[in-house]
Write a protein that binds this ligand. Sequence first.
Ligand SMILES: Cc1cc2nc3c(=O)[nH]c(=O)nc-3n(C[C@H](O)[C@H](O)[C@H](O)COP(=O)(O)OP(=O)(O)OC[C@H]3O[C@@H](n4cnc5c(N)ncnc54)[C@H](O)[C@@H]3O)c2cc1C
Length: 460
Amino acid sequence: MDSKVLDRLARVVGTGGVLSTPEDLAVYSYDATFAEGLPGLVVLPETTEQTAEVVKVLAEHRIPIVARGMGSGMAAGSIPVCEGGAVVCFTRMNRILEIDTANATVRAEAGVVTATLQAEGEKHGFFYPPDPSSIRHSTIGGNVACNAGGPRCLKYGVTGNYVLGLTVVLADGRILRTGGKPIKDVTGYNLNGLFTGSEGTLGLITEALLRLVTRPRHAKTCLAEFPRLADASRAVNAILAAGIVPATLELMDQTAIGCIEEAMHLGLPRDVEAILLIETDGSDEGTVAGEIETAGRISTENGARSVKVARTESEREALWKARRSISPSLARKAPNKLGEDITVPRSAIPEIVQRLRAISARFGLPIVIFGHAGDGNLHPNILFDKRNPEEWKKVEEMVGEIFGAALAVGGTLSGEHGVGALKRPWFERALGPVSVEVQRRLKQALDPTNVMNPGKMFQD
Ligand SMILES: Cc1cc2nc3c(=O)[nH]c(=O)nc-3n(C[C@H](O)[C@H](O)[C@H](O)COP(=O)(O)OP(=O)(O)OC[C@H]3O[C@@H](n4cnc5c(N)ncnc54)[C@H](O)[C@@H]3O)c2cc1C
C-alpha cells in the first residue's frame, strides 16, 4: 500500500487506527464462511467525521472500501474480493449515544455489539427484539447492513422494522442523515429502507437510531413432537390461522434431532421426523399461558404425538437448550458445515424438505434442516470434510441445487444473511433482469466509481 495513503489516513484516525502488517491484515481476511481475501489495509475510525475523511482519501485513490463490523457474516460480504481493498472496521465506534425513554428510541454507533445494545435497553425497561443467534459477536452496523433477523422475527420483525434513522457516509465522503424520531415519516423516499440490507455497497453506516418496545413480562414455551414433518408444517399454519402469533416457531428435522442427541443426550425423540419449539410471550400471564395451550392443542390436532409445556423457568431453559445446541452439535458430527438460509412460502416447507433430502441422498452428504418455520426461513446445513476435495466439489454443486430448489417452490436465496460474494451467481436468477437493473442504477447513482464493496451482490 502506498505509504502516502497510509500517512494521510494516520493523520485522520491516528497511527493506531491504521493497520498494514501481514499479521494484522490476516485477522480481517475472513468471516463466518469459507471465503478469504486479504485486505491491503485496515482503518478503524472513531467518529462519523473521521469515517467521512477516510472515505474521501480512499475514494480519491480508487481504493475499494469494505465495511466490516465483527465479521460474523455468512455471505463473505465483509471480505475484500478486490486486490488492495481497504477494510473500514467499526469496532472502535462502540458507544451508545442516547436512550430516549420518552420516545422509546436508542441511538448507537455502528460498532456497538447487538447484545450490549439489548442489555442497555433492558436496564431502562425496554426491549430491542432483533435477536440474531450471533447477538454477542455481531454489530448494529452489520445487523442493519444485512437486515438481520432471528428466532423472534415472526412476531417482532427483523432489524429493518426497528430502524428509524441512519447516519451514512456516502461514497464521495458526504454525510447523509436519514429519518428521525417521528414514527410516521413519508417525507420523500424511504432511505432507511434503501440502506438497510445494502451490505456495504451503497455507503458506510456510522450510526443508527432504533425503535425500542416494552419488554414482554411473561413467556411460555412448549415442544411438540411430530412423527411426520408435513404435519409439523400444517400445524405451523393452523396456529397462525387461529390468530396466535408466537414469538418463536422453530423447526428441527430428524437429522438435526439426531445430531443434537448424539452430542448432548437431552432425551429428544429420535423416531420423529420433526419437532417444533413454540414460545408465546406478552404482558398478560393468562393470555400467554392460554396461547401456548392452544398452540399445543392445535399441534396435537394436526398430528403431534406429544406436546411438552414447560412449567418452570428451568424446564423452559431445558427446551431451549435443544435449539441452542444445534450449531455446536453439528460441529461434533463433521469437521465442516456449510449453512444456507433459504426462505420459502410457509406452505412449501414439506416440499422443500423433500427436495433437500433428495439432494442429500443424491450427493451422499448429510443435510441438517432447522430454522424459523413460522417465517418459512430454513437453515439447511451440509456436513462434510473440506480437506476432501471431492466432498468440497460436491458441496459447491449441492449449494447450487439448494438455491434452485428454493426458487422452484417460490422461495428466495436468503432470509437473513444477504447476498455478499457467495450468492452473486444466483442474484439475477432469483430477482430477474429488471430488478437487478434497477438495483444497479441505484448503486451507480450513489457510487458512480464503484468503490463501495465492489464484487458483492452484482456480477461485475
Ligand atoms: C453462529 C452465527 C449465527 C448467526 N445467526 C444469525 C441469525 O440468527 N440471523 C441473522 O440474520 N444472521 C445471523 N448470522 C449472520 C451474521 O451474524 C449477521 O449477518 C450479522 O448481521 C453480521 O454482523 P457483523 O457486525 O458481524 O457484520 P460483518 O460480517 O462484519 O459484515 C456483514 C456485511 O455488512 C456490511 N457492513 C458491516 N458493517 C457495516 C457498516 N457499518 N456500514 C455498512 N455496511 C456494513 C459488510 O460490508 C458486509 O457486507 C449468524 C452468524 C453466525 C456466525
